[in-house]
Write a protein that binds this ligand. Structure first.
Ligand code: KIV
Ligand code: ZN
Length: 391
């Protein structure tokens, strides 16, 4: 089995389906250009039949972004395939992503189709998609709540009809990690080796990244992710978390991908800014606090050797490690910050400044350079006034 993992980015499709997010065509193109620079293998640009805006965006991305394969989503419906084919026309490498649900609740309540009818639709529409492009992916929506034998049969029908990639979505974020790994192992064993198995995990139980990694360990070689983990409800597996886990612990996973990790931070900021979805400060890899240290013991360790409290290289991920001055910070970090700002101080200054910082930072955001300068300045004005040094 190849050790190369295909990174399939769905920020512009599943991510854009996040409640409250609506990107313009221009914004989608800007994100797609960033994703290209980041080095993703596949950009799922949208769902062309769903709106004229989505159609336009997919077409514009297909026209202007080269390098990654451009994918478009379609249900097992003729009009969906037709719209996706038209939107993808200008793409150098196009993929049709055809899906239908395979779980009992979706087939009965939503599709109102019998399992045999679902299989017939898969065969018919995957074959139809293959008449337009060589690269067809089939997704069994709600795979993790589907009957396993039926899921495998659906995937085999799709492969028989020409699908090259079989995606196993945990659509409602239902699967437990070991269980999902086991499902992927089962699917891998039942499908031809040349078919790529893909995983697409939602984060309803906070397991999307763990489940995606378990899927890769079990033989999936494509992972569907979104920048900052945006997507339906609790979101998709976060691109940055999956990609960095695979790269930073390659010793463990023994697979690789082609992402340029130095672009991750800027990509994350752009997506946050354009979607209006804020990044929580403690978010792994891209959160404001991901490489910040405030407590004295940690700051002391970092100053002695950053490896003490950072096993990831912040700079390689587009961020710098930062020592924050707050109520928990120690004198080492204060000294370092004053030195960096070129401010002179005595041992007594340090003690008094630290007391002031602790008081000010109580229940507040950390002290930035401007505020530190003002504290330093007020101390020195006092010196001139002679109040504290007995001049
Ligand atoms: O979550 C899901 O099942 C999907 C499919 C359309 C791939 O997003
Ligand atoms: Zn999804």
């Amino acid at each position: 089995m190849s050790d190369r993992v295909i990174i399939f980015d769905t920020t512009l499709r599943d991510g854009e389906q996040s409640p409250g997010v609506a990107l313009t065509v221009r914004e989608k193109v800007e994100i797609a250009q960033r994703l290209q620079r980041l080095g993703v293998d596949v950009i799922e640009a949208g769902f062309p039949v769903s709106s004229s805006g989505d159609f336009e965006a997919v077409r514009e991305i297909a026209r202007t972004v080269s390098g990654p394969t451009i994918a478009a989503l379609c249900r097992c419906e003729g009009q969906d395939i037709e719209a996706a084919v038209r939107a993808l026309e200008p793409a150098a490498q196009a993929r049709l992503h055809v899906f239908i649900a395979t779980s009992p609740v979706h087939m009965e309540a939503k599709l109102k189709l019998k399992p045999e009818e679902v299989l017939q639709r898969i065969a018919r529409f995957v074959r139809e998609a293959r008449q337009h492009v060589d690269d067809v992916e089939f997704s069994a929506e709600d795979a993790t709540r589907s009957d396993r034998a039926f899921l495998l049969e659906a995937a085999q029908v799709a492969v028989e009809a020409g699908a090259r990639t079989i995606n196993i979505p945990d659509t409602v974020g239902y699967a437990m990690t070991d269980e999902f790994g086991e499902l992927i192992r089962f699917m891998r064993a039942g499908l031809p080796a040349e078919v790529t198995i893909s995983v697409h995990c939602h984060d309803d139980l906070g397991l999307a990244v763990a489940n995606s990694l378990a899927g890769i360990a079990a033989g999936a070689r494509q992972v569907e992710v979104a920048v900052n983990g945006i997507g339906e409800r609790a979101g998709n597996a976060a691109l940055e978390e999956v990609a960095v886990a695979l790269a930073a612990r390659r010793d463990f996973w023994a697979v690789h991908h082609a992402l340029n990790l130095g672009e991750i931070y800027e990509t994350s900021r752009l997506v946050s800014q354009l979607t209006g979805m804020v990044i929580q400060p403690n978010k792994a890899i891209v959160g404001d606090n991901a490489f910040r240290h405030e407590s004295g013991i940690h700051q002391d360790g970092i100053l002695k050797d950053p490896r003490t409290y950072e096993f990831l290289d912040a700079r390689a991920l587009g961020q710098g490690s930062r020592l924050v001055l707050g109520k928990h910070s120690g004198r080492h970090a204060l000294r370092q910050r004053l030195d960096r700002l070129g401010l002179r101080y005595t041992a007594e200054d340090l003690k008094r400044m630290q007391e002031t910082i602790k008081k000010r930072a109580e229940g507040k955001r950390p002290i930035d350079d401007d505020e530190l300068y003002r504290i330093w300045e007020s101390l020195h004005q006092e010196v001139v006034g002679g109040d504290h040094y007995g001049i």
